[in-house]
Design a protein around this ligand. Structure first.
Ligand code: PBG
Length: 325
């Protein structure tokens, strides 16, 4: 057996394995998505995402402080308005007193510069039809009118204290329009985290419960077809040309090839979003004792990092950060 290559030599002890580990997982690389809901007296559990809640402003501040203590890199905030406050154009989304903007002010006030405050810049939580934009006369989603609304949202979110705006609506030209809108009022320091490759995924199911979505139907006229790979490169190039500061791939686990494509080509940092359905699957299997929860969570996060994500959005951010500390 002389001359035989023996890769196991480097796997023999924990110290050897640690020495040669290629991929790191650190708290600063994790971003916690959070939900703040209007009209709650106390946090409300989300049935399909055990352990995740819709927050009140008070519980949001407390959970954000915990995330900061754990060392997470950022917090991405989603707003859940009262059902009766939704309308066709999602007016509450750009209202400074709307729940998302109030939440952002509370969050920014709580965490200061200790972590990065991110806002979801999309209309779907706020429209009565549940789409990520406004509708045209024919019932389809009107791209350019939707982008105008995103710009109004972006200005309110920047004013409320968001460091980065998560442009997640998948309308054409959204990143450039938001960038121009911010620059025009002197908000050159507010950045854009562009959801560059975002697929029409069945794994968003639990999120729709989390935000009380009103959507009937699907988002296939604006989110990407899971069958496609090449168009993610096109979306990436457009978002870079339009001024994206960070680009994102979403979902993560079913799209690791896309993540690698984007990471190989991007000139800006790359994020990936481990979405609600990914959270729910691991959580459900672990609840049944079918898989080891912590092992599965860490392995999934490592896989996403190994595929090329600098930053991972995950509902386990705070907990995982504690494990890694
Ligand atoms: C829509 C949006 C979605 C998610 C965040 N923002 C998807 C959708 O409803 O189509 C999903 C996040 C998750 O599933 O965790 N702007």
């Amino acid at each position: 057996m002389t001359g035989m290559d023996r890769p196991r030599r480097l796997r023999r002890t924990p110290a050897l394995r640690r020495l040669v580990a290629e991929t790191t997982l650190q708290p600063r690389q994790l971003v916690l998505p959070m939900f703040v809901a209007d009209g709650l007296d106390e946090p409300r559990a989300i049935g399909s995402m055990p352990g995740v809640v819709q927050h009140t402003l008070d519980s949001l501040r407390k959970a954000a402080a915990d995330a900061v203590t754990a060392g997470v890199g950022g917090i991405m905030l989603f707003g859940v308005p009262r059902p009766e406050d939704k309308d066709a154009v999602g007016s509450v989304a750009s209202d400074p007193e709307g729940i998302l903007n109030r939440g952002l002010r509370a969050l920014a006030g709580e965490v200061g510069d200790a972590t990065v405050v991110m806002a979801d810049t999309c209309l779907d939580e706020f429209t009565d039809h549940g789409h990520c934009g406004v509708l045209a006369a024919d019932g389809g989603v009107d791209n350019d009118a939707s982008v105008d609304r995103y710009v109004q949202m972006a200005l309110a979110q920047a004013e409320a204290g968001a460091d980065l705006l998560g442009a997640s609506g998948m309308m054409d030209g959204q990143v450039g329009a938001i960038r121009r809108g911010l620059d025009a009022v002197g908000r050159t320091d507010t950045g854009i985290l562009a959801y560059s490759a975002k697929y029409a995924s069945a794994f968003y199911g639990p999120f729709r419960e989390a935000v009380g979505s009103s959507l009937v139907g699907d988002r296939r006229t604006y989110q990407q077809d899971p069958a496609n790979r090449r168009e993610s490169v096109r979306e990436l190039e457009l978002d870079l040309a339009e001024g994206a500061d960070i680009v994102m791939v979403k979902p993560a686990l079913s799209y690791l090839d896309i993540l690698r494509d984007v990471a190989d080509r991007s000139s800006v940092p790359v994020a990936a979003y481990q979405i609600s359905g990914e959270y729910a699957m691991i959580t459900a299997a672990a609840e049944r004792g079918w898989i080891d929860r912590r092992g599965a969570v860490v392995e999934s996060l490592l896989g996403i990092r190994r595929a090329g994500a600098d930053i991972v959005l995950t509902y386990w951010a705070t907990e995982a950060a504690h494990w890694l500390a």
